[in-house]
Design a protein around this ligand. Structure first.
Ligand code: SAM
Ligand code: SF4
Length: 333
C-alpha cells in the first residue's frame, strides 16, 4: 500500500475539497448574507500555480480525489483552463467540481471534456420566482441550460444537489425527482446546515426522514447498502424498485455519521479545515508560496491529527448557535 493520510481514529483521508474562490455571483439565502460580505483580498487567495503545487503534494501523500468548489468556482477567471492543466498534470487523480451551474452553458464542451468524476450542480427549486428569491441574483433558465448543455456535450456524471428548506421547497421534492429522472442524473437532497449564525433559521430545517417520506412512490424507495461517500456530509442512497432511479439524502445534521468521514477541506486562502464544522484551521499559505513540500506535508498531517471524531454542528437543539464566520462560501460545502 502507498502512502496514506490517517487521522487519530484510523480514518484514511483521501478526499480533499479545495475552494478556489470565496466569491460568488449568487447570494443564496442559506449560504451567505445579501450584502456586507467582506471578500478575501486577491493577494490572499492561492494562485492556480499554488493550487496545482498543492494538488501534486496531496496526490503524493495519498489523496485520490479532489473536489474544486467555491464560492462559485466558474466565476474565477481561467478556471476551466486550470482544470485542464490539473487533468494533464495529474491524470490519475479523480477530479470533481461543485457549481451553481450558472456559467456552464458558455463552456459546456470544454467542461464536458475534462473527464470529471462528477459535476455537482446545486439546484434547489424549479420555480423561477423562488429561484430568484433564494439566489437573490440568479436566473433559473441559465442553470437548466447549463445542465442540459454539458449533458448534451458528453453526458458527464452530473448530480443535482438540492438544499431542502421548510416553507420554501419541501413541496418540490417530487418535481426535483422528476427533473433528475428525465435527464438520467442523480439527485441528492441536502439538510440545511447551521454554519453561519447570520443565515441559519432552525424553523426552516427539514430532516432526512421527512425528505424520504416526501419521495413520490413512498415504500418503493428502498435504502441501498453503503453508498458513495462523496457528498458534503453523510449520505444515504435510495432506489426506486419500480423505476430503478436512485436518490441520495445527505443528513449531516440529523444523522451524524462522522465515522466514515474521509475528507479535509482547504479554503481559498489555503487554510486546512479538519472538519466542515471547524471554525479555524491550519494555514498552508506560506509553505505553498515557498513551494515547501515538507512544510505542506507537515501542516496537512497536523490538520489530519486534529480531526475530531465527530463534528459539532452547533445546531440549537444539538448544541449552541452557529458560528458567525463559518460561511459555506468560504468553506466550500
Ligand atoms: N457555488 C457552488 C454551489 O453552489 O454549488 C459551490 C459552493 S457551495 C458553498 C457548495 C454547496 O454547499 C452547494 O451545494 C450549496 O447548496 C451547499 N450549501 C451552502 N450553504 C448550505 C447550508 N447552510 N446548508 C446546506 N448546504 C449548503
Ligand atoms: Fe454562491 Fe454556492 Fe453559496 Fe449559492 S451556495 S451563494 S451559489 S457559493
Amino acid at each position: 500500500m502507498g502512502r496514506v493520510i490517517r487521522d487519530p481514529y484510523g480514518r484514511v483521508l483521501d478526499y480533499v475539497r479545495i475552494s478556489v474562490t470565496d466569491r460568488c455571483n449568487f447570494r443564496c439565502v442559506y449560504c451567505m448574507p445579501e450584502d456586507g460580505i467582506d471578500w478575501m483580498p486577491h493577494e490572499k487567495i492561492l494562485s492556480y500555480e499554488d493550487i496545482l503545487f498543492l494538488c501534486r503534494v496531496l496526490a503524493e501523500m495519498g489523496v485520490k480525489r479532489i473536489r474544486f468548489t467555491g464560492g462559485e468556482p466558474f466565476v474565477r477567471k481561467g478556471f476551466v483552463s486550470f482544470m485542464e492543466e490539473v487533468r494533464r498534470t495529474l491524470p490519475t487523480l479523480r477530479l470533481t467540481v461543485t457549481t451553481n451551474g450558472s456559467m456552464l452553458a458558455e463552456q459546456a464542451d470544454r467542461i464536458a471534456s475534462l473527464g470529471l468524476d462528477s459535476l455537482n450542480v446545486s439546484l434547489d427549486t424549479l420555480n423561477e420566482d423562488k429561484f430568484r428569491k433564494t439566489t437573490r441574483t440568479g436566473e433559473l433558465g441559465a442553470v437548466i441550460r447549463g445542465i442540459d448543455a454539458v449533458l448534451l456535450a458528453k453526458n458527464p456524471p452530473v448530480k443535482i444537489n438540492a438544499v431542502i428548506m421548510r416553507g420554501f421547497n419541501e413541496d418540490e421534492i417530487p418535481s426535483l425527482v422528476n427533473f433528475a429522472s428525465e435527464r438520467g442524473i442523480l439527485l441528492r437532497l441536502i439538510e440545511f446546515m447551521p454554519l453561519d449564525g447570520n443565515v441559519w433559521a432552525g424553523t426552516r430545517f427539514v430532516g432526512a426522514e421527512e425528505m424520504l417520506a416526501a419521495l413520490p412512490g413512498g415504500p418503493l424507495w428502498q435504502a441501498l447498502p453503503g453508498g458513495p461517500a462523496d457528498s458534503c456530509g453523510p449520505s444515504r442512497y435510495y432506489r426506486n424498485e419500480k423505476t430503478g432511479q436512485r436518490v441520495g439524502i445527505i443528513s449531516a445534521v440529523s444523522n451524524h455519521f462522522c465515522g466514515q468521514c474521509n475528507r479535509l477541506r482547504i479554503s481559498s486562502t489555503g487554510e486546512v479545515l479538519p472538519c466542515l464544522f471547524s471554525s479555524s484551521g491550519y494555514s498552508l499559505g506560506e509553505v505553498v508560496k515557498d513551494r515547501d513540500r515538507q512544510g505542506v506535508e507537515r501542516i496537512v498531517l497536523k490538520a489530519a491529527a486534529s480531526k475530531p471524531e465527530s463534528g459539532d454542528t452547533g445546531l440549537p437543539g444539538a448544541g449552541g448557535p452557529a458560528e458567525e464566520e463559518r460561511h459555506m462560501s468560504r468553506i466550500g460545502g
